[in-house]
Design a protein around this ligand. Structure first.
Ligand code: 13P
Ligand code: SF4
Length: 341
């Protein structure tokens, strides 16, 4: 843990955008994608962390909960899921009869990797009274082993609705789990997984930025470390971050999550300023060419790959009927509780 904030050179961190596609190329790809979408009767779903050009062509952009809700109600025959693999899997589980494609099959998640199903099964075997709540960032097999799924948008509600006589086991994000325990006062056994991108944010850097802009509310994703969450004015999912910034009278905000969200924030709040919390490497230098955090998995998806997955209807999410059946119930339970007032 670093307790001295590194110098920021006196200037506020300025997010450096990744190189954009040349406008003509972007327009041509967008046209192709829209034509394919129309021909295939496809819907394009994109997570808030996707690159701007994907967000701009998508039918719906949102957080994991919103995306699962959209997937549950779509009439489209093909779902092109621009996010990471577990999200596309969730869409397939909710739509076994539809084709679900994703731009890059390698788009994984460190949380999903941290929770192999056999290790979860072994832990569950130690306590038959466990009620397993799985953060949606996990594999279909882990979902099938769980009693209910949650997202960062509804985790508190899901935990509050859990049976009072059961011992709660929360997998795989220990930071989200810790945060929900703090909110609900309900003890839980926590799996030791984390989001490799969110745990990079350090409290010293956020504190330093806060000192430079004391008027800016600090908006933090619950996958972040406890000491970073402690500096927050609000801790919430990516979708709730957008609502918060839209409704707040503040003119600028410190955003502690993956930098892809800046696109929607700037689009929906054009008169406000968003400062991305910086990430520094071991030498205390800003990382690479960008001072914001990026999820390397989310950023595997590109407009070209989206066009290709629609043109080839591949890569596809394929799951066995048995796995779909087992994983579906905990997801539907989540959707049902989420819809309650
Ligand atoms: P939400 O968009 O649900 O807040 O989740 C963030 C995330 O890390 C998705 O992988
Ligand atoms: Fe997984 Fe973190 Fe990337 Fe979200 S941001 S997909 S939790 S690695």
């Amino acid at each position: 843990m670093i307790d001295v904030a590194p110098p920021l050179g006196g200037a506020l961190p300025r997010p450096v955008s990744r190189p954009l596609l040349p406008p003509k190329r972007r327009e041509a790809l967008t046209r192709e994608i829209l034509a394919l979408k129309h021909r295939l009767n496809a819907v394009l779903l994109a997570h808030n962390y996707q690159v701007p050009e994907i967000q701009d062509v998508a039918d719906y952009v949102g957080d994991s909960l919103g995306l699962a809700q959209q997937a549950a109600k779509t009439d489209a025959e093909v779902i092109a899921f621009c996010g990471v693999h577990f999200m596309a899997e969730t869409a397939k589980i909710l739509n076994p009869g539809k084709i679900v494609v994703l731009p890059d099959k390698e788009a994984g998640c460190s949380l999903e990797e941290s929770c192999p199903p056999d290790q979860l099964r072994a832990l569950q075997a130690t306590n038959p009274n466990f009620y397993t709540i799985a953060y949606i960032n996990c594999s279909a097999e882990v979902k099938a082993l769980s009693d209910i799924i949650c997202t960062s948008g509804n985790a508190e509600k899901i935990v509050r609705a859990a049976p009072a006589d059961r011992d709660l086991l929360f997998v795989p994000d220990e930071n989200l789990g810790q945060w929900v325990m703090e909110q609900t006062g309900r003890p839980m056994t926590l799996w030791k997984g984390n989001c490799y991108a969110h745990v990079e944010f350090q409290s010293a850097h956020v504190r330093r930025l806060k000192a430079t802009c004391p008027d800016a509310p600090v908006v933090v994703h619950p996958e972040s470390l406890r000491e970073v969450r402690a500096l927050a004015d609000v801790v919430c999912s990516t979708e709730k971050m957008i609502t918060f910034c839209r409704q707040s009278p503040a003119r600028r905000f410190i955003i502690v999550t993956e930098s892809g969200i800046l696109h929607r924030l700037r689009k929906e709040c054009p008169d406000k300023e968003f400062l991305c919390a910086p990430v520094f490497n071991a030498m205390q230098m800003p990382t690479d060419n960008c001072r914001c955090s990026e999820c390397k998995y989310m950023k595997l998806n590109t407009l070209e790959k989206l066009r290709d997955c629609l043109a080839q209807l591949a890569p596809r999410v394929e799951l066995s009927r048995d796995l779909i059946q087992r994983a579906r119930q905990p997801i539907e339970r989540m959707l049902e509780i989420s819809a309650r007032p």
